[in-house]
Design a protein around this ligand. Structure first.
Ligand code: ATP
Ligand code: MG
Length: 298
């Protein structure tokens, strides 16, 4: 199982206060076949880290280095693919997570695919039609900012298709993700979990802060009214589609530092498990040193 840990700094006089904290990522994983009650799931997450933001930020920096280093090898090896699915209610910080966790990573190896409301041509096809072309190729990491899960979330909350149609989609999605997995894609799915009060504060902050006003979307207030419907839809989606080949993690997201740390930890540990290797160099690479010694015609 994935696990990650970080040590708090050793300060001589405060040795007794020092805690070696190991957090098992299984704390956040949705066990396949288990029920999900989002009210029981912590949205703060600070206790996992003894409310120690400073150490948390150091650990985050280390995970980011791990991600950047291993991504370089993944790209060079050109063998494995990594798909990260991000889902969340408005203001939970999907965009902020992506920039915080992937800054410092070579942009050539990471791609973000955004899934907004479908266009008319997209609606003319099945709901997975627009998704498949964005899945990662060899050596690539792709982040889905929203995803095919919208088709069992917003679609359900707004009754956009009848239940008999969306209910079958859990099976389609599990099979679709199994196909990707069988063909060599590692899949990690992250639900950024915030409290509705956190959302209220963040929406107010968008109204109050001039630099954030552009982010304020009156539509978010309407969506917010459907909070219980969305929670129900998320609970079912997480329970029905957390599989051994494509697990869901519920990430506490009320505090950005906790959210970024948990997401970076999960991605770093996933990459370590993939364990890509640099490809073998060309045969007798040493001989080229001599060839380089020869002058070129200018
Ligand atoms: P931001 O954080 O910038 O608000 P966002 O992901 O919420 O980012 P928006 O443009 O505000 O982006 O919203 C995209 C909208 O598209 C969401 O309300 C989402 O539910 C909707 N959407 C995505 N996929 C589907 C789908 N398959 N069917 C219907 N609506 C969808
Ligand atoms: Mg939005």
């Amino acid at each position: 199982m994935l696990s990650f840990s970080f040590s708090y700094p050793i300060i001589a006089l405060e040795r007794e206060k020092m805690v070696e904290k190991t957090m098992d990522l299984d704390d956040f994983r949705v066990k396949p076949g288990s029920k999900v009650n989002l009210n029981d799931r912590d949205t703060s997450g600070k206790n996992h880290f003894n409310d120690d933001k400073e150490s948390g930020q150091k650990a985050l920096a280390e995970y980011k280095e791990d991600i950047a280093r291993i991504q370089d090898v993944l790209y060079a090896e050109h063998k494995h693919r990594l798909l990260i699915v991000l889902q969340a209610m408005d203001t939970a910080g999907k965009d902020g997570t992506i920039s915080a966790v992937f800054e410092g990573v070579n942009p050539q190896g990471v791609r973000v695919a955004n899934f907004k409301a479908p266009t008319l041509p997209e609606l003319d096809h099945d709901y997975l039609w627009r998704v498949h072309p964005h899945t990662p190729g060899k050596g690539e990491i792709v982040v889905f900012n929203r995803s095919h899960y919208e088709d069992v979330l917003v679609v359900r909350a707004h009754n956009l298709v009848p239940e008999q149609r969306w209910r079958k989609r859990y099976r389609h999605i599990n099979e679709f993700e199994r196909l990707l997995h069988d063909e060599g894609t590692t899949i990690v799915k992250l639900f950024l979990h915030i409290d509705s009060e956190t959302q209220r504060e963040r929406l107010l902050d968008r109204i109050d802060t001039p630099e954030k006003q552009w982010k304020f979307n009156p539509g978010d207030i309407e969506e917010r009214k459907l909070w219980p419907d969305y929670m129900k839809a998320y609970e079912d989606a997480l329970a029905e589609t957390s599989t051994d080949w494509a697990p869901w993690y519920i990430v506490p997201a009320d505090h950005n530092w906790v959210r970024n740390l948990v997401v970076a930890g999960i991605i770093a540990e996933t990459l370590k498990k993939i364990n890509p290797q640099y490809p073998r160099p060309v045969e007798h690479i040493e001989q080229y040193r001599e060839k380089l010694a020869q002058p070129v015609n200018k």
